[in-house]
Design a protein around this ligand. Structure first.
Ligand code: GLC
Ligand code: CA
Length: 559
């Protein structure tokens, strides 16, 4: 495998709206990011991914862009961003932005022009069809945020347009070469500005199954999941190749794709040596137990399921490329609240989960607040929920016959708001996030869980993540941690998650005990050093390690 500049890096996702507010309007901003750059450097971060800060009505929190060339004034100015890129560079850090090109906002000038003249050039930037009241829609796909993915074109009674997400996110027509050229021009403009690359949003959705057609309904609403269409749509690879050839490749940009539903044969085209992305997120654990009915019908993920899913993903890509490993992002509940059983949600358990994910082969992506163990938030009424996806899932649960309390419980478990509450900097009012009223209330647990309390505490979660990053960067270990093969160890022991990382020079053994009792594990040889331990003690007898409850270890093995 060809070596790339980004292979050994550690990445960090910022959700700007909730990171740090400097002007008291309750919304995090770019000067806020700038003010915390030294903090991120201290943690050990190299690559920063900013969730969208482009001009946007924020119907889907910035994933609905009304101007690809502008910074939304709520987040700051283009000068702020230029300064951020320059200051990052001074610190050997890289800025990566979100690239949202499956759809734009209905407030983008392209869409406005399409509404004004559906038969003109901008009409062909979207999927617009004739339709009359009473007629069937062109297809029965259900948009990801609920309801049919067709809506009346604003200003018209006989035309409809396609949106696979929210109705304020019209899909762009990637079959149109003019549209593609416009997007490439925009991407290159950003790369020439000094961005290191992009996280690429919902990218598999750009290829639509044409002509549109129905699939058997999968719920009582008579609609079917868009995912059903994606299974049938062929040819996304050609679009991605053209995209990469015209933009990312000439700039040697780092790109990470948001890919949920790759077909096994597509992996080399996506993340192989000549793939169109540098990397893609491993969502194998996040997809566990999804039923198609919705959140209310989704069972909790057990540690054993988690282990088998991510080790399976490691095996699938071993000979192909690099995954980007996460436990959470802005679309997921907090990993520690989701993957750990209640009795494991201690500092030890949080380090354990972070550790087994971080030590995998691939690029570790931390999500803001993960480094201090931020948790899900409990809403007591649906009116406190912001996320459009949660509001839809609440209705879905009610329609399936759940009580409002049960529906709210499902929302609390899965809501995207869980990860979107403001960063907990300290124990002052609003966790030090803002001097004003935060756009989304701070998690009330901020007095106990905050950075100030952890920053100088040697056994804090924060210190633990720093130690993991130091190990990844250590000249003696980097080769093994970055490039070493992942080889599962004793996978049949249910509550144990263990794997080797092996290079020609070294063998590391990663061990994690996901239960509330001591677990005795046979060791495959002699231990040379304990490199990382989430507890104070390490106990072994002969060739058996006795792992305390929720213990996590990285051992260097002899020879
Ligand atoms: C991606 C984003 C998510 C957004 C969706 C539509 O999944 O991560 O936040 O809602 O795409 O852009
Ligand atoms: Ca602000």
């Amino acid at each position: 495998m060809e070596r790339k500049w980004w292979h050994g890096k550690t990445a960090y996702q910022i959700y700007p709206k909730s990171f740090c507010d400097t002007n008291g309007d309750g919304i995090g901003d770019l000067p806020g990011v700038l003010s915390r750059l030294d903090y991120l450097k201290e943690l050990g971060v190299d690559i920063i991914w900013l969730s969208p800060i482009y001009c946007s009505p924020l119907a889907d929190q910035g994933y609905d862009i009304s101007d690809y060339y502008g910074i939304d004034p709520r987040f700051g100015t283009m000068e702020d961003l230029d300064r951020l890129i320059a200051e990052a560079k001074k610190r050997d850090m890289y800025i990566v932005m979100d690239l949202v090109i499956n759809h734009c906002s209905d407030e983008h000038e392209w869409f406005k022009a399409a509404c004004a003249d559906p038969d003109g050039p901008y009409g062909r930037f979207f999927y617009i069809r004739d339709w009359h009241e009473g007629e069937p829609l062109p297809c029965n796909w259900r948009s990801y945020f609920g309801g049919p993915c067709w809506d009346l074109l604003p200003g018209h009674t006989d035309k409809i347009y396609l949106h696979v997400f929210h109705k304020k996110q019209p899909d762009l027509n990637w079959e149109n070469p003019m549209l593609r050229r416009e997007l490439y021009r925009m991407i290159n403009w950003w790369l020439e500005k000094g961005l290191a690359g992009f996280r690429i949003d919902a990218i598999i959705n750009i290829k639509k199954l044409l002509p549109f057609r129905d699939f058997p309904a999968d719920r009582a609403d008579g609609l079917c999941s868009v995912d059903r269409m994606l299974e049938e749509a062929k040819g996304v690879g050609d679009l991605l190749k053209e995209l990469a050839d015209n933009t990312f490749r000439p700039h040697d940009a780092f790109t990470v794709g948001e890919v949920f539903n790759e077909k096994p044969e597509e992996l080399p085209d996506f993340i192989g040596d000549n793939g169109c992305f540098s990397s893609m997120f491993d969502f194998s654990a996040h997809l566990l137990n999804r039923t198609g009915n919705g959140w209310y019908d989704q069972a909790p993920v057990t540690p054993e399921q988690y282990k088998n899913a991510v080790l399976g993903a490691q095996a699938r890509v071993a000979e192909v490329g690099f995954l980007s490993n996460i436990i959470e992002n802005h679309d997921e509940p907090r990993g520690v609240s989701y993957y750990l059983p209640p009795e494991g949600r201690s500092e030890a358990g949080k380090k354990l989960l972070g550790g087994v994910s971080f030590m995998l082969r691939g690029l570790p992506f931390l999500y803001q607040g993960q480094e201090i163990g931020m948790e899900n938030v409990v809403r007591t009424d649906i009116s406190q929920v912001d996320d459009i996806s949660s509001l839809d899932q609440y209705q879905v649960a009610l329609e399936a016959g759940l009580t409002p309390d049960e529906a709210l419980a499902a929302v609390n478990r899965f809501s995207r708001d869980n990860a979107r509450t403001p960063f907990q900097w300290d124990d002052s009012e609003n966790a030090g996030f803002t001097a004003g009223t935060p756009w989304l209330p701070v998690n009330p647990n901020y007095k106990a869980i905050n950075l100030a309390e952890q920053r100088n505490r040697p056994d804090s979660i924060y210190s633990f993540y720093r130690a993991l990053i130091r190990l990844r960067n250590h000249p003696d270990y980097a080769e093994t941690v970055v490039y070493g093969a992942t080889e599962p160890y004793m996978q049949e022991i249910r509550s144990l998650m263990a794997y080797f990382r092996r290079s020609d020079e070294k063998t590391l053994l990663v061990l994690g005990n996901f239960r509330d009792e001591v677990l005795t594990v046979p060791l495959p040889g002699d231990v040379k050093t304990v490199l990382i331990n989430n507890l104070k003690e390490y106990s072994a007898e002969g060739n058996r390690a006795a792992l305390a409850p929720w213990q996590f270890l990285v051992l260097e093995m002899e020879g």
